[in-house]
Design a protein around this ligand. Sequence first.
Ligand SMILES: [Zn+2]
Length: 396
Amino acid sequence: MFSVITDGQTLLFILALLYLTECLIWVKKQSVAFVSSSGRRWRIAQPIAWLGNANGAMLILNPLPLPGRVFLSHLLPVSISPSGVCAFNSQTLPWGSRPGTQTGEFVPFSEIKKTGTDGAYVVLNGQKFARCATPKQAKALAAVIESAGAAKASRRETILRAWIAKQFDAEDATGVWSEAERVVGPIRWMSLIFFVFLFVATPILVTMFGLERLIIAIAAAMVLSASVIALMFYRAHRKFYPAESSERFENVVKMVLCPPVSLRAADVLTRNVLAEYSPVVVASVLAGSGERQFVRGFVRDLQHPLKHEIADERAAETIEWMTAQQLKYGLAQVERVDRFAGFLEPLQGEGDSVSYCPRCEVQFVVAEGECPDCPGVGLVAFANVGEEVKSSATSG
Ligand SMILES: [Zn+2]
């Protein structure tokens, strides 16, 4: 009897461990994760820095509430202007620096003969050009580079503006989000039933009747439940990610072979469903996110980008063009959201401070200089707010 209970406990422990590893997701340095416990109030979750490296870190999702309450948004790894493509995006997230993977290489449209992807890489003329957050992002970028490249030079600007405007289209994003909620809903409930079966009903039954008598029935029920979820996942995944057939196949196999994995199937579906929209759009779509500070930091970074070491003039022009477009569409989008009203109100000086950094908004007691945390961003005296904003907007 004693050894039977120990076997049951060991098994439960292994199942729980398998489940918990599915609650870990990798968040890249240029990605923002939005999470929620209830599905109503959303917040930006920071990954755990010591569980990561230079490219990203692990985020632990709350294992208890229903899955499928995580959305990521990824910044682009490139800048595209009507003249060409540069493997560099000057944008950084308010809490992070730029990833080391952006090379700054510039390729004019006239020299792009062939565009493709290799996993998460955009491939130009047979060479790996930029590393994206996901294969989906790489395919979308390759498609835009290809269509802009094939168009006449005069049409390129229109194509690129439309592409950037789409990343800031909150109505579109809201539509995708509510469709995802509708499709993922039943999967979420199925996961909850399976969760209760696995971690509540099974231990009780095993304690009452012993593992040996139940093991085959329990194993069969587990595989059956996981297969049902895997099938639902397969259909939903095909709808939202039609081109990602290998991700779809991998996950289905994992779920059937290792049933606890299927409990988090909804996370795999929601994770990247809004990923092509700018983080400011995702912050304004997800109700109750109240991420005013994030949105403010995001816009401040576009207005006062960190300096970069890219010497090629055409590359620098492309980076500036892209930053200016992002700022324009980002501001237009944020201004439409009521709860962000007045989010750019000027900073008030505290104590002895006479200046502040217009990017990170830390205050200083010295009148001039550069912010120690934001290379290339000059301090602004509290009296001269208007002046700096102008000079910084022209110097990029
Ligand atoms: Zn600063």
